[in-house]
Design a protein around this ligand. Structure first.
Ligand code: PMP
Length: 369
């Protein structure tokens, strides 16, 4: 009797296409995956109900905060390690070395632990003790080094590269210019979006750090749709890419900064370069808009998201208005707010950044720190 009931419930689950009779998603429940790396990707595509209803579009967010390391960067971490293995640069017991202050380090730490590699992380010493502690407890050897610009040989990226050159069976994964990063999104994120929307996607937008996500997803969706899906960069203050794309390729000096961590770029990386001409345009999103969206996503959608995710949602809302009613717009929910709560929900921090007024009056009740 149990077997019959189980079979019937499996059939019902299959018929319900992604959610059970309570509306609870089953898209993550696909049977057994092999180890931590098998749990990376295949994230749900969440309909942002309020924004969708208000714009008359289907505005969908790819729930990357549901990856085991808590961010989109788990995908790139897995791919740069797999790439090094396939090229014979990394053998059992080897060492992965990367320059990162954020999610890539956490993704790499999980992937390296699960595969038995050592991990060495270089980061600017301006980063919080919390980040250093987390990477160390995940098994990484962490070197905080002076925060100097990229053209200085002591910059954390160059130090990571030199460390790998000194060591046998070690690889500098070089997330910015290693195109295994964009490949992760050509082979996983892009196809997942296409499959989940059954090919009914009209536009895509997201911000860039390394450019892997934007380039990889854009490449896949443009190819799958014969160029029909419109793809847009979403760019924060202090990044040069918005002006680069809007001016048709003029690179200006980097000026200003943003509170959105993990995104914004001063150059066209090797990950972005092959696909930059495929983009249909670019949107500049202010910190005020990103912060407003942090609070709106929490209040309206129940989503507790980091600032880069909310910049993406703000951009998706703009794209929805641009492409018009009846269209489907997809963006990326890169990570959750957990690692940023002491800033995003702190009255003192918001005041220091002159962003207190960006929080709508009726949502100020969420400023509890
Ligand atoms: N959001 C967050 C929070 C990130 O850490 C990153 C990666 N630095 C991104 C967005 C951007 O992703 P990508 O590197 O693929 O451009």
């Amino acid at each position: 009797r149990f077997a019959t009931a189980a079979r019937r419930s499996a059939e019902t689950a299959a018929q319900l296409e992604g959610s059970n009779k309570y509306g609870i998603g089953v898209s993550k429940a696909q049977g057994i995956v092999k180890g931590l790396t098998g749990a990376i990707g295949n994230t749900p595509l969440i309909r942002l109900n309020h924004i969708s209803d208000a714009t008359g579009c289907e505005v969908l967010g790819k729930a990357e905060f549901m990856n085991p390391g808590g961010s989109i960067k788990d995908r790139a971490a897995l791919y740069v390690v797999k790439d090094a293995e396939e090229k014979g640069l990394l053998k059992p017991g080897g060492t992965v070395i990367e320059g990162t202050a954020g999610n890539t380090g956490i993704g790499l730490a999980h992937v390296c632990r699960s595969k038995g590699y050592n991990l060495v992380i270089y980061m600017p010493n301006t980063q919080s003790q919390g980040k250093i502690d987390l990477l160390r407890l995940l098994g990484a050897e962490v070197y905080p080094v002076p925060a100097v610009p990229f053209d200085n040989p002591e910059n954390y990226n160059h130090q990571a590269k030199r460390h790998a050159e000194r060591l046998d069976n070690a690889v500098w994964t070089n997330q910015f210019d290693n195109i295994a990063n964009r490949k992760a999104h050509i082979e996983t994120t892009g196809p997942e979006i296409w499959y989940q929307t059954k090919g009914k996607v009209d536009a895509f937008t997201c911000a860039t750090g390394t450019g892997g996500t934007l380039a990889g997803v854009t490449r896949y969706l443009k190819t799958a749709s014969d160029g029909k899906v419109k793809c847009f960069l979403a760019d924060p203050p202090g990044s040069v890419l918005h002006s680069y794309i809007s001016s048709g390729g003029k690179l200006v000096e980097r000026a200003g900064s943003s509170i959105t961590e993990g995104i914004g770029q001063g150059r066209v990386t090797d990950n972005l370069q092959p696909d930059v001409d495929l983009l249909d345009g670019s949107l500049h999103i202010s910190d005020e808009r990103s912060i407003e969206m942090v609070y709106r996503c929490l209040d309206e959608e129940g989503l507790y998201l980091g600032a880069s995710s909310c910049l993406n949602v703000a951009a998706a809302e703009e794209v929805a208005k641009k492409v018009g009613k009846g269209n489907t717009v997809v963006t990326v929910l890169c990570d959750g707010a957990y690692r940023y709560a002491d800033r995003l929900f702190s009255k003192k921090w918001l005041s220091e950044k002159k962003l207190l007024d960006a929080v709508p009056e009726h949502l100020k009740k969420y400023i509890v720190l």
